[in-house]
Design a protein around this ligand. Structure first.
Ligand SMILES: [Zn+2]
Length: 466
C-alpha cells in the first residue's frame, strides 16, 4: 500500500509521530485483546488480504454471521510493558544524601505488613505511617506489579517510603524529627497538547488508525462518538476518511497517553458527520454537532448490534403460513438463542411476561410518546421487574423462539403515539441539545476546532488529488 506511506509521511503532523511510541506502549496485552475483538467489528468488507492478516472465526456471540478477525500488526503487539516507563527513577526529590534506596516489587497478595516483615522494617513504623493522616490509608491500596521505594537512613532505619500510584500520583511518607511520619500525595501536572490525524481507510478503522499513530483508546472513542450515525460493522467502505483533533497528555515533557477527542469529522460513503466536544461550566462533557445537537440519539437503532435482519417492517406482507396479507409491524433479527437483547432507549418496563404470539415479551415505555417491544425471548434478564427504569443499552432479555416463532429471533417493534413505525427508518429524536445558556459559549469555542478540522481536510484532499 504505497499510499499509506505517503499518508504517514506527509499528512500526520510531527506531534503525532512523536507520540507514536506511546501508542506502542499502550498497546499492551489488554489492548491486543481489545483490538482483536474490535477488528471483527470494524473491518471493511470484503477484507483485503495482506501479509499481516489472518482470517479466523470467533464464537457466535451476537450474530450468526461469522466475522473475519484481523490480527493486529505484529509490530504493535510485542509484549512491551503495559505501564510505560515514564520516569527513569522513582527516587523522590526530597531526600537526604545519606538515604539508601531499595526497590520492592509488589507480588501478588502481598500486603504492606508482609512487605515490612520481608524487608525487616519496624512494625511500629508501619503503624505510624498507616495512621499518619487521611492520605496514608492509600498505602493499603498498593497493587501487584508496582514498586514501593524504601529509603533507609545511615542507621538502617526507615526514613522514606514512596509509592507511585499512577504516572502522575505519588504517595510519600517521610520521617519527621519526632520519629513520626508525614504522608503526602504529590500530584504532577498533566499538560494537554492538541494532536491531529487525518486518515483514509484502506483496510479497517483499526488498522489504518493505528498505522496513523492513533491509540486503541482514541479509535474506540471515535467509534463511540459516531455510533449513533455510523454502523461501523456494516457501513465502512474503502476510502472513507476521518480527521480528528485529540489531546495528547504529557508530564514533564514526556508523553503519557492520550486524552479526549476534541473534534472529529467522519466521511462515510460520501456523507460527512462532525462532532465537537464541549465541557460546560458545570463540568459535564458531551459531544455535539456543529449546530449544538447531541451526537447521541434518544434511541439506538438496533437492540442486537451486528445481527442479521431476517424480516423487515412490512404492512402488506403475505404471511408465509396463512398465505394472506398480514402486516409485519416490526423487524426480525435472526440470532442464536441466548443472544442478549439491549433496550434501545431509556425508559420504564411497562410489561414483562407472556403474551400469546409474542411469547416472552418486554415492552418499554420511553416518555409519553414512545414505546418499544421485544418478543420471543427465551428468558428475561434477571432482577428486573415491571415498572423498573432501564437505561439505553441495558440487557433486558435473551433471544429465543417462544410464542409463534419458527426459529430463534428477536421481533422488535417501535411505536410513536401507539402507531407502529419502521424501526429501521423512523427518524429518531436526538437526546437533549446543548443547554441554551451555554450555546453561545459552545459556538464560540467550536469555531477554532472546526476551522482546524477544515484545514486537516483540505490537506487530505490535496493529498488525494496528487
Ligand atoms: Zn416479527
Amino acid at each position: 500500500m504505497p499510499y499509506q506511506n505517503d499518508l504517514l509521511q506527509s499528512s500526520i503532523p510531527l506531534e503525532q509521530k512523536k507520540s507514536n511510541y506511546v501508542n506502542h506502549l499502550i498497546i499492551g496485552l489488554v489492548c491486543a485483546i481489545l483490538a482483536t475483538a474490535s477488528y471483527a467489528f470494524f473491518s471493511i468488507k470484503p477484507a483485503p488480504s495482506t501479509a499481516n492478516e489472518i482470517a479466523l472465526t470467533i464464537p457466535d456471540i451476537t450474530t450468526n454471521i461469522e466475522q473475519p478477525i484481523k490480527l493486529p500488526n505484529p509490530t504493535n503487539t510485542t509484549s512491551e510493558a503495559s505501564t510505560p516507563p515514564l520516569e527513569t527513577s522513582a527516587t523522590p526529590s526530597m531526600q537526604s544524601l545519606s538515604t539508601i534506596w531499595q526497590e520492592h516489587k509488589i507480588k501478588s497478595g502481598e500486603s504492606l505488613s508482609a512487605i515490612f516483615s520481608k524487608n525487616k522494617l519496624s512494625k511500629s513504623d508501619l503503624h505510624k505511617i498507616v495512621h499518619a493522616n487521611d492520605i496514608s490509608s492509600q498505602f493499603a491500596a498498593i497493587r501487584t506489579g508496582k514498586s514501593l521505594m524504601i529509603g533507609l537512613d545511615s542507621a538502617g532505619e526507615l526514613s522514606h517510603l514512596t509509592y507511585k500510584k499512577s504516572p502522575y500520583e505519588e504517595i510519600k511518607a517521610t520521617r519527621l524529627e519526632d520519629g513520626n511520619f508525614n504522608v503526602e500525595l504529590n500530584l504532577k501536572e498533566i499538560e494537554r497538547r492538541i494532536s491531529s490525524a487525518s486518515v483514509i481507510i484502506h483496510s479497517s478503522l483499526f488498522v489504518d488508525g493505528i498505522d496513523a499513530g492513533l491509540s486503541n483508546q482514541t479509535i474506540m472513542q471515535l467509534a463511540d462518538i459516531f455510533a449513533w450515525d455510523i454502523d461501523f460493522a456494516l457501513d465502512i467502505r474503502e476510502n472513507d476518511q476521518f480527521s480528528i483533533l485529540y489531546e495528547s497528555l504529557y508530564i514533564d515533557d514526556k508523553p503519557i497517553g492520550t486524552g479526549d477527542i476534541l473534534a472529529a469529522e467522519f466521511i462515510n460513503q460520501g456523507r460527512s458527520t462532525k462532532a465537537i466536544r464541549y465541557k460546560d461550566p458545570a463540568g459535564k462533557v458531551s459531544y455535539y454537532t456543529p449546530e449544538g445537537n447531541s451526537m447521541r440519539k434518544a434511541f439506538i437503532r438496533t437492540p442486537i448490534p451486528f445481527a442479521r435482519i431476517s424480516s423487515g417492517f412490512n404492512l402488506k406482507r403475505k404471511h408465509p403460513v396463512l398465505n394472506r396479507i398480514r402486516a409485519h409491524k416490526g423487524v426480525d433479527y435472526a440470532a442464536s438463542t441466548g443472544t442478549p437483547i439491549k433496550v434501545t432507549g431509556n425508559g420504564k418496563i411497562s410489561f414483562r411476561g407472556k403474551q400469546h404470539g409474542y411469547g416472552n415479551v418486554v415492552i418499554v415505555q420511553h416518555g409519553q410518546r414512545y414505546s418499544t417491544l421485544y418478543a420471543h425471548m427465551s428468558k428475561f434478564h434477571k432482577g428486573q421487574h415491571t415498572g423498573q427504569h432501564v437505561n439505553q443499552g441495558d440487557i433486558i432479555g435473551y433471544v429465543g423462539k417462544t410464542g409463534l416463532a419458527s426459529g430463534p429471533h428477536l421481533h422488535y417493534e417501535f411505536r410513536i403515539d401507539g402507531v407502529h413505525r419502521n424501526p429501521l427508518t423512523v427518524s429518531l429524536p436526538n437526546s437533549s441539545p446543548i443547554p441554551k445558556k451555554y450555546k453561545a459559549a459552545f459556538l464560540e469555542e467550536s469555531k477554532s476546532l472546526l476551522s482546524q478540522l477544515e484545514t486537516l481536510n483540505a490537506t487530505q484532499i490535496a493529498e488525494k488529488s496528487q
